[in-house]
Write a protein that binds this ligand. Structure first.
Ligand SMILES: C[N+](C)(C)CCCC[C@H](N)C(=O)O
Ligand SMILES: O=C(O)CCC(=O)C(=O)O
Ligand SMILES: [Fe+2]
Length: 459
């Protein structure tokens, strides 16, 4: 019997970052034109395609940097160049910003931004990587009194005599213009054929636990495909816990920390039966759905019970291609999901709110799909005409998610642990007979990404 412990305080960041969109939902009829009033950033289409999938036969995946195509408009008057013969770096001071052209990138910097990000010893602590400058003490009308650029560095002298230096490469990496071309998470979107052809290897348990290379290979696969396997695991809950702790902190939820489950209906959810489960993501009813789900089948004496995996981002990409307006609707209409449980001693009522497709507001990159038709609550966040268009968009996405060619079916066996990116890949299961026991846990996403970054991966 699982414990019915309380859930810790949910995280509102994901939705709060889009909170400025909310009033528009409430008061507009939601026509295509009203969506485009949402701001200039939303006019661009979301970015999904990142890394081409590996051709058959190639081995370990490599993540290329994305090509940077930065349009550089013709130079205007009064450009200052680092050297007369060189166009490598040029700058121009405007009334309220500095324009800098470097390495084929045209960047525009607000003066307060330039003062705020000063990396001098008095403004920034390089031991802690924290800002010491009190941003609120910067005059909002500040303007540099002198500007100089050499081959590598921009020098700004402020009215009080303070000097700020920026490496030009640092500026390219950190400017808005540089960032908006970048994706946060390089991915390979897949259907069953693409995934099979890629021949992504499972990582051996010992190499996963004992070597950085094994762990890195595993995490690279996980980041690119949203699923990854570890094999030769001792089939116990304790050994599965050791695996989970190698890459992250375990996220304790109302289901406990490490859970076992079987078809005993010990909890008020279809997962605890022998019934089939259509593709879905878990914990859609949390304000921040769990980032990763770990499954390890410890026992199955019976038939059926295969696991279904579908890349939600691949399906979303198809929707974007066929019907960008529908993609946009799915990314704008906030939905509630709900978990209401009153079985035995377990009493829970969880509510999570957010759209089906969640995109980063600054580059429109898709980062989270929230899709669970079982747990979707009453729709009461948008007026009736938007509701109808939302159902049509949901149908388009569902049709993509249900295409047989997008379904990857696997039979989980004792010894093989599966890690699923619950923000991207949907899972389901075939009905089964006999005794079947799964164990697993949820992981905190930040901590998985932390481990990946510490190993030098882009995450
Ligand atoms: C994995 N475990 C059996 C512990 C929980 C299952 C949660 C099921 C729920 N309907 C959801 O999709 O979130
Ligand atoms: O039984 C299974 O294979 C998976 C059930 C499920 O969807 C879950 O536990 O989240
Ligand atoms: Fe599930």
């Amino acid at each position: 019997m699982e414990s019915c412990g309380g859930q810790r305080d949910p995280d509102f960041r994901a939705f709060a970052s889009r909170a400025r969109l909310k009033p528009r939902f409430a008061f507009s009829p939601g026509s295509a034109s009203s969506w485009s009033q949402l701001g200039m950033w939303y006019r661009r289409l979301p970015r999904l395609f990142v890394v081409p999938h590996r051709p058959t036969g190639s081995t370990s995946p490599r993540v290329p940097w994305l090509p940077r195509d930065r349009a550089v408009p013709a130079a205007t008057t009064c450009w200052h160049h680092t050297a007369p013969e060189s166009l490598k770096c040029a700058w121009q001071l405007h009334g309220d910003h500095l324009e800098l052209r470097y390495a084929n990138t045209l960047m525009r910097f607000d003066f307060v931004w330039l003062r705020d990000h000063c990396r001098s010893a008095s403004c920034y602590n390089t031991k802690t990587n924290q800002r010491s400058l009190d941003t609120a003490s910067v005059d909002l009308g500040i303007k540099p009194k002198a500007v100089r650029v050499d081959e590598t560095t921009l020098f700004l002298t402020w009215p009080d005599g303070h000097v700020t230096r920026y490496g030009l490469e640092w500026l390219v990496k950190n400017s808005y213009e540089g960032q908006k071309q970048q994706v946060m998470h390089p991915r390979i979107l897949w259907n069953a054929e693409i995934y099979r052809q890629a021949q992504v290897p499972s990582v051996d348990c010992q190499s996963f636990l004992e070597t950085d290379e094994g762990l890195k290979e595993f995490l690279q696969n996980f980041l690119l495909y949203g699923i990854a396997f570890v094999e030769n695991v001792t089939p116990t809950k304790e050994d599965t816990e050791i695996l989970a702790e190698r890459i992250s902190l375990i996220r304790e939820t109302i289901y406990g920390r490490m859970w076992y489950f079987t078809s005993d209906f010990s909890r008020g959810d279809t997962a605890y039966t022998k019934l089939a489960l259509d593709r879905h993501t878990d914990t859609t009813y949390f304000q921040e759905p769990c980032g990763i789900q770990v499954f390890h089948c410890l026992k199955h004496e019976g038939t059926g019970g295969r696991t279904l995996l579908v890349d939600g981002f691949y399906a979303a990409e198809q929707v974007l291609r066929q019907a960008p307006d529908q993609f946009e609707l799915l990314s704008k209409v906030p939905l509630k999901h709900e978990y209401v449980e009153n079985v035995g001693d377990c009493h829970n009522h969880m509510i999570g709110v957010g759209p089906v497709l969640n995109v980063y507001p600054w580059n429109n990159e898709l980062y989270l799909i929230r899709y669970n038709n079982y747990d979707r609550a009453v729709i009461n966040t948008v007026p009736y005409d938007v509701v109808h268009r939302w159902y049509a968009a949901h149908r388009t996405l569902t049709a993509e998610l249900r295409r047989p060619e997008n379904e990857l079916w696997v039979k989980l066996k004792p010894g093989k642990a599966l890690f699923i990116d619950n923000w991207r890949v949907l899972h389901g299961r075939e009905a089964f007979t006999g005794y079947r026991q799964l164990c697993g846990c949820y992981l905190t996403r930040d901590d998985v990404l932390n481990t990946a970054r510490l190993l030098g991966l882009q995450a």
